[in-house]
Design a protein around this ligand. Structure first.
Ligand code: C2E
Ligand code: MG
Ligand code: MG
Length: 665
């Protein structure tokens, strides 16, 4: 606008000068006393006046043209100003114009909407006044940069709302330069990003905290351990420990009382653990600060998931301090909790990993604390264990086994062995139990060494599907080779993980159909512990299996905590009495009496009884007398491969039947 004004002034000045010059010229030419020119021959006054009139006309045209252009520019500038006004007045972003000294020249109405200040109120304050003291320096630097370069960088800073709260703004400053190219003013566009910031902070918090208890999660815990590990490597005397806490029987509690109750218990436990580590410094003294300040030990708690909590104990003297903390935690947890109006008593197993120079990463410390916790569980729960090298060796061995187990599936190293089930009445093999074996280069491995790991890693699922298919194919072959009435049966075992599969019955059904075997010759064994873990669900799953047409057996009866009456509701056909009872019936009269009663009660419930682990002739004859229908054990045969089982069948069905066959192989 200033340029337009200047141009207009110049035009007017020029016009006045030219007009004056022409006027003076004409006046002097036509002045009566001017004889010099009038007498000159070459001078024709008329011509000169005509010429000057033409010049005036041309000049007028030029002036009008220039004036029209100036008006056009003015109109455009006015329109642009109006547009700017409309935009700034209605923009959600706050637009401010300040001069080089930081004085406010303009604040858009959005300031009132976002920050509560009217433009009159703002005019009374300096542009820095509402900015957070910690951010003022950065704002000044950004303004300076904008002044020097023409455009500042995107900047985030806090500003005080009229109500006293802090808002976060994102702003960009642009300089307005004068003709000399110097920045004269700054136009600053500010956007309120408080909500976005809050959401980002919440996301960042969630990424590092457990949603249920709001405690730090694994990632944050590992990060803390990483820092402490680095500190202990710099200061050799700085000691710390990681405690791994796992509640005993939490799954049972969760399954029986429901997840809401489980969550409530976990929240209470988190609170109690927080309280137990508060004030830990009263009995622990940091080596680093010994002699200077009293104590500098710290403890931080995290929830890794489920019922697993970890504690990082920093600045302790020795492992004894960590054990004392673990014991204190166990004492505190022993006080009953109240969940949904019920008193709940819980215990925890705690594993401790104490810092050592050999540790190079935080994951290893947590892993070792976990290994120690598992040892504490195995040794009877509700106790604490400090990690040692033997545990490490054990864990490494187990890890190797796990890897080998996965590979074994691909390499087809699993074998099925068959142990005959013999009718005590006829002495004939009436069926087999299919048992897994793992063919390793160093020999045949028994299930005791791998079933548990296969179960924990889930390998059991594909493994047992293979076993079932192979056993069914084998049975189909024997059915045609050794036809008998009723046909030979095949028993297969089900682990808790398999039993938890929602489509267990469908999976088994598919294999039976694919192989083309009559389901009634398949006997599915589940232990009473599996059956009783969730009786309602078990009842449902067993009914589904029953619908397939297979037979059902309760395996290892007597090793769980259930009674026959509790099994009454299940649609089972057979009861397999565990070998711990059978092995003593010929030596211990009390056990013998128990077995007799179990057989009697089972018969009353319409169940057939299979005695497991019959090893001696005395045991077999006692079982016969007790009217036990079937038996299985080394007395008849050890589990063997299909050739051994085939030989047995040949013995039973091709030769003349003998009253009491001893079929040891
Ligand atoms: P189980 O189902 O109770 O199987 C019987 C176990 O007792 C077998 O051990 C068998 O070899 C052993 N046994 C049989 N008669 C005698 C005897 O007279 N004396 C002694 N001392 N033992 C006898 P195995 O094959 O080592 O299997 C152990 C357990 O592993 C089985 O117990 C079963 O629960 C599980 N298992 C084995 N194979 C599989 C499988 O393929 N899948 C699943 N889910 N579990 C399996
Ligand atoms: Mg079994
Ligand atoms: Mg058994």
């Amino acid at each position: 606008m200033r340029q337009v004004d200047a141009r207009e002034w110049w035009l007017w000045g020029f016009a006045v000068t030219v007009t004056l010059m022409l006027t003076v010229g004409i006046v002097s030419l036509t002045f009566p006393g001017n004889r010099l020119l009038q007498n000159a021959e070459w001078f024709d006054l008329k011509e000169w006046v005509r010429g000057l009139a033409c010049l005036v006309l041309l000049f007028d045209i030029y002036t009008v043209y220039q004036q029209l252009q100036i008006q056009q520019i003015r109109r455009e500038l006015t329109e642009r100003n109006q547009l700017f006004e409309v935009i700034t007045e209605n923009a959600a972003d706050m637009i401010a114009v300040v001069d080089c000294a930081g004085n406010r020249l303009y604040n858009s109405p959005a300031y009132q909407k976002v920050l509560g200040y009217s433009s009159e109120e703002l005019k009374l304050t300096s542009s820095l006044e509402q900015i957070h003291p910690e951010d003022q320096q950065r704002v000044l630097e950004a303004a300076e940069k904008a002044r020097l370069t023409g455009r500042g960088e995107r900047l985030e800073y806090r500003i005080r709302h009229k109500n006293g709260t802090w808002r976060v703004l994102e702003s960009v400053a642009t300089a307005i330069q004068n003709e000399e190219g110097q920045a004269e003013r700054l136009v600053i566009v500010n956007r309120d990003i408080t909500e976005r910031k809050r959401a980002e902070e919440a996301l960042a918090h969630n990424a590092l905290h457990d949603a249920l208890t709001n405690l730090p999660n694994r990632a944050l815990f590992l990060d803390r351990v990483r820092h402490v590990l680095a500190l202990s490597q710099r200061h050799i005397s700085y000691k710390f420990a990681v405690l791994f806490i796992d509640l005993d029987e939490f799954k049972v509690f969760n399954d029986s009382l429901g997840h809401a109750a489980g969550d409530s218990l976990l929240i209470q436990i988190a609170r109690r653990l927080t309280a137990s580590i508060r004030g830990i410094d009263t009995f622990s003294r940091s080596v680093l600060t010994q002699g200077t300040s009293p104590v500098a030990s710290e403890a931080s708690l995290a929830r890794l998931g489920g019922d697993e909590f970890t504690i990082l104990l920093e600045g302790i003297r020795d492992c004894g301090d960590a054990v004392r903390v673990a014991e204190r935690i166990q004492e505190r947890l022993a006080i009953p909790f109240v969940v949904e109006g019920q008193e709940v008593v819980t215990t925890a197993s705690i594993g401790i990993a104490f810092c050592a120079l050999s540790y190079t990463n935080s994951e290893d410390l947590v892993r070792d604390a976990e290994i120690a916790m598992y040892r504490a569980k195995r040794e009877g729960k509700a106790r604490c264990q400090v990690f040692d090298n033997a545990m490490h060796t054990f864990a490494v061995k187990r890890l190797r086994l796990e890897t080998d187990l996965r590979r074994a599936l691909e390499l087809g190293e699993f074998r099925v062995h068959y142990q005959p089930i013999v009718s005590l009445k006829s002495g004939k093999v009436v069926g087999f139990e299919a048992l897994s074996r793992w063919q390793r280069p160093e020999g045949l491995l028994l299930p005791a060494h791998f079933i548990q790991i296969a179960e924990e890693t889930g390998i059991i699922l594909p493994m047992n599907r293979l076993l079932l298919r192979e056993a069914c194919l084998q049975l189909r072959a024997w059915h045609s080779q050794f036809p008998c009435d009723p046909p030979l049966t095949m028993s297969v075992n089900i682990t808790p993980k398999e039993f938890a599969q929602p489509d267990l019955a469908a999976q088994i059904g598919t294999i039976l159909v694919e192989v083309g075997i009559d389901p009634s010759s398949i006997d599915v064994e589940i232990t009473e512990t599996i059956a009783m873990a969730d009786p309602q669900r078990s009842s449902l799953v067993l009914s589904e299996l029953k619908t397939l047409g297979v037979h059902l057996s309760i395996d290892d009866f007597g090793t769980g905590y259930s009674s026959l009456s509790r099994l009454q509701g299940f649609p089972v056909d057979n009861l397999k009495i565990d070998r711990t009872f059978i092995s003593k019936i010929d030596t211990d009269s009390e056990t013998s009496e128990i077995v007799r009663i179990i057989i009697m009660l089972a018969h009353n419930l319409g169940l057939k009884v299979v005695a497991e682990g019959a090893e001696t002739a005395e045991q077999v004859s006692l079982l016969k007398r007790m009217k036990c229908e079937l038996a299985q054990g080394y007395f008849f045969a050890r589990p063997g491969d299909h050739a051994a089982a085939q030989a047995l069948l040949m013995n039973t069905y091709s030769l003349a039947a003998r009253p009491s066959p001893i079929l040891a192989i």
